[in-house]
Design a protein. Structure first.
Length: 417
């Protein structure tokens, strides 16, 4: 019998960032997954062309968009600086500023934002989606899946997805905030960026962005390699309680992110001091998967969809899920079934730079509305096991503020801020 432990920590909504398999992703940009494309400058005056507004929404005319510096991919210096962050202590705010300066120095593209009310209903062109972590993570999978759904549904052409990783997503966050007025740019994000903005002492916050939409929700899973000595969750929990520091756990997010909060809340509910937990962060689910399979950690915690292929292939075993109910298709009990008062889900969505014209903001929301309703996106949700958690506009903005307050409270309860 397992003794039920309870914790008063606030419930946190989360969703992981990774995709089951390469075949389900939007194709990587030229040059491979580790480097974004964008080798050729976009002509000055390039415009993001949007579909006509939904019939029931009134459009508010706005003055012509001003030209601005459009975003570009990170250069070699920026990438090296970002990845150095994980290998040694840094001053997060100074690091983010240095990386952002290097990234901006490498761009000289110009363009205009979304132009609303295209009478011919032509596909959107010129759209770029930034991923604030490494290839293979949940944000990356979400962004490439969204881009593919837009293109397959005829809603957009040549959507460019590029990665700007570092500091738990706050390097990308600082970048999108700096792109004020750029209606051609979206950033894939989620709960991890909320937490990282606290733990990395980021000057830029999600309150500085334009909220577009929350897209998905999913639970985390606790996994071990197929040949792990732990036959079930109870065996893992016994070993973890006996020696918290000797049973390292890996997650695909920095401290404060969903893959960090889930095991910390689990530890607290199991009577383990969170400060004693040996949590090893990785920059996205791709790096985490390699660490779990390579035995660098005893177990991993991340989104259920991230491990689908490896679970199906028998390379990983799921010991428990963090949701309130069992996950269809997974032979694993919930943490509550094991007597731990933890119910944890993650979410992902899209934000845009601040200072958008009303026309550009509406054009982006209309585009996301249409791709969300498309058969292509609904199939993507089913394929990846994602729960549709669609929320747009001001309601999404309110949700972001609530999540920010909740995460700050949980991090404070765990002694992490």
């Amino acid at each position: 019998m397992t003794t039920k432990n309870t914790t008063n920590f606030a419930s946190v909504k989360v969703t992981r960032d990774t995709l089951p398999g390469q075949d389900r992703r939007h194709p990587d940009p030229p040059g491979g997954p580790d480097r974004p494309s964008d080798s050729s400058p976009r002509p000055a005056g390039a415009r993001l062309r949007a579909l006509p507004a939904l019939p029931e929404r009134a459009r508010v005319p706005s003055p012509p968009l001003r030209r601005h510096a459009a975003s570009g991919p990170p250069g070699p210096l920026e990438e090296k600086t970002v990845f150095a962050f994980a290998s040694g202590p840094q001053r997060p705010r100074a690091l983010v500023a240095a990386v952002l300066t290097a990234a901006l120095a490498g761009t000289a593209l110009t363009g205009c934002g979304a132009q609303a009310g295209q009478a011919d209903g032509a596909p959107v062109t010129g759209l770029r989606i930034m991923v604030p972590n490494a290839p293979g993570g949940g944000y990356d999978v979400t962004a490439r899946s969204a881009a593919k759904a837009m293109e397959d549904g005829g809603l957009a052409r040549n959507v460019e997805v590029f990665n700007l990783p570092g500091a738990g997503g706050t390097v990308g966050l600082a970048r999108v905030v700096s792109e004020e007025g750029n209606g051609s740019l979206l950033m894939s994000m989620g709960l991890g960026v909320v937490g990282a903005s606290f733990t990395n002492e980021s000057a830029a916050t999600l309150a500085d962005t334009t909220p577009i939409a929350r897209l998905t929700e999913e639970p985390d899973v606790i996994v071990v390699p197929a040949d792990s000595e732990y036959g079930d969750f109870e065996q893992l929990l016994d070993a973890w309680r006996e020696d918290p520091g000797g049973v390292p756990v890996g997650g695909g997010s920095s401290p404060g992110g969903p893959d960090h909060l889930a095991p910390m809340l689990t530890a607290a509910a199991a009577g383990i001091e969170p400060q004693d937990v040996n949590y090893i962060p990785y920059d996205g689910g791709g790096e985490l998967l390699a660490a779990v399979l390579g035995g660098q950690v005893e177990f991993g915690v991340s989104g259920a969809a991230e491990y689908a292929d490896q679970i199906e292939a028998g390379e990983l075993r799921v010991l428990a899920v963090t949701s309130a109910e069992p996950v269809p298709g997974l032979d694993a009990l919930t943490l509550r079934d094991h007597g731990l008062d933890v119910d944890f889900t993650n979410w992902r969505g899209l934000v845009a730079p601040p200072g958008l014209s009303e026309e550009d903001e509406q054009a982006l929301r209309d585009l996301v509305d249409r791709f969300h309703e498309s058969e292509e996106w609904q199939q993507t949700l089913e394929t990846n096991g994602w729960t549709d958690a669609y929320l747009t506009g001001d309601e999404f903005g309110t949700f972001l503020q609530e999540e920010t307050d909740r995460v700050e409270s949980v991090l404070g309860s765990l002694g992490l801020v």
